[in-house]
Design a protein around this ligand. Structure first.
Ligand SMILES: Cc1ncc(COP(=O)(O)O)c(C=O)c1O
Length: 420
């Protein structure tokens, strides 16, 4: 790599003590006034904000490295290719995977669709089953329904307990000789539940069943080591981990990728093309047709640098303390019911109130500068399970603090006053 091609170094030395003010200063958008006042950004489950180092890495790419990758001999193309492939190394190292096992996608959704169409569909027969859980995001339901419909197979979902935990006994009862794949969310985007994925993977493997884990809400909040986890497939999105939108990864074990046929055809995924037929590039390129999102990969790598520099242990401890504080504060609001009270939970506070619809609550919160999400959160079956149309969801990230939760609580008291 030439010196000008180098990605700007991460802005922080490794693992400094957790300093919220310093972290907040890294995210320029947090200083943005909203509705004329202070922003309490609690919509991190939908997308996270981006630190200066990510913005700088992507800006640097377009200013100093931009060219199409893999296909040219000129200096800029070499810089772009070097930076892009270095990003793959970085992402692989963060997840504990080999670089060949990291397929770049547009996000979690595309990653799951890739596994569904390229891995599962050719192996699926009439009567087969795909075992999900009742808390899956639509992205981890609909792709399986689409391929199941083509093969005459069936999607089944294990039920949940009232706290929003997977009913493990029921899940075990549904894992049988017809199960062709288990797909499970690592951290529920609606409930915050952390699923016992290690156990599910071990038990599914004991039945010879491969497992896909939807890690969209996990990688920015807890350490994920794919070598020890032993998942067959793991999907994630950069934008939920302080990286850019429209970029993500499908991790798959090398043997699966080798055995899978390409999904999308086009440039870069081929070795040779003739009108009689084509042959495929090596993994992972076999699954990456067309000009990729170079800046996306570079931005994601910078985001992972940022996470690692803060330390996932420190991040998880900070978010857990906030979760406990938020749970205590919200529990004291009359008529408020938390949805999702699992023993193992990430920083997500979903709730309903007896006095107002989630949409109206969200509107009042917005007037008070509190950004939350309201609706079904792309988990309609989960809403049905709890007999509610929607929730309000406050979701935490590294830059949130007690002041954000206090702003939320004050605004919820205002909702009570207005709608009582
Ligand atoms: C658990 C979960 N899975 C999948 C997705 C889809 O991610 P993306 O829209 O980045 O593809 C989301 C996004 O909200 C999610 O929370």
């Amino acid at each position: 790599m030439s010196t000008t091609a180098a990605r700007p170094a991460p802005s922080r030395p490794a693992a400094p003590p957790f300093d919220l003010a310093r972290i907040r200063a890294d995210f320029p958008i947090l200083a943005e006034p909203v509705r004329g006042g202070r922003l309490a950004y609690l919509d991190n489950g939908a997308t996270t904000q981006k630190p200066e180092s990510v913005l700088r890495a992507m800006d640097y790419y377009y200013r100093h490295q931009n060219a199409n990758v893999h296909r040219a001999v000129h200096d800029l193309a070499e810089r772009a290719t070097t930076a892009y492939e270095a990003a793959r190394d970085r992402i692989a190292r963060f997840l504990g995977a080999a670089r060949e096992e990291i397929v770049f996608t547009r996000g979690t959704t595309e990653a799951i669709n890739l596994a569904a169409y390229s891995y599962l569909l050719p192996r699926l027969k009439a009567g087969d089953e795909i075992l999900l859980t009742g808390m899956e995001h639509h992205s981890n339901i609909v792709p399986w329904q689409l391929v199941a419909a083509q093969a005459g197979a069936k999607v089944v979902a294990a039920p949940l307990k009232d706290a929003g935990e997977l009913d493990l006994a029921a899940w075990r009862g549904l894992l049988n000789e017809r199960t062709r794949l288990v797909a499970v969310v690592h951290v529920s985007n609606t409930l915050g539940t952390i699923n016992p994925v290690e156990t599910l993977i071990r038990e599914a493997h004991a039945h010879g069943v491969p497992v896909l884990v939807d890690g969209a809400q996990a990688i920015a909040h807890m350490a994920v080591d794919l070598k020890t986890l032993d998942a067959d497939f793991y999907a994630c999105s950069a934008h939920k981990a302080y990286g850019p939108t429209g970029f993500g990864v499908l991790y798959a074990k090398r043997a699966h990728l080798e055995a899978m046929q390409p999904w999308h055809g086009g440039g870069d995924m081929i070795r040779t093309v003739s009108f009689e037929g084509s042959t495929w590039n090596d993994i992972p390129y076999k699954f990456e047709a067309g000009t990729p999102d170079m800046a996306g990969a570079i931005g994601f790598a910078a985001a992972l640098d940022y996470i690692e520099a803060q330390g996932l242990g420190a991040i998880a401890a900070h978010e857990h303390a906030l979760l406990e504080q938020g749970t205590a504060q919200l529990s004291e609001i009359p008529g408020l019911r938390l949805i999702g009270t699992a023993a193992r939970k990430a920083g997500i506070l979903s709730f309903v109130m007896d006095c107002a619809h989630p949409q109206d609550i969200g509107t009042i919160l917005d007037q008070e500068g509190v950004a939350v999400r309201t609706g079904h959160h792309c988990t309609m079956p989960l809403m049905q399970r709890f007999g509610i149309p929607a929730t309000v969801r406050a979701s935490l990230a590294i830059y949130n603090g007690a002041d954000d939760l206090e702003q939320l609580t004050r605004a919820l008291h205002k909702v009570r006053r207005l709608f009582r």
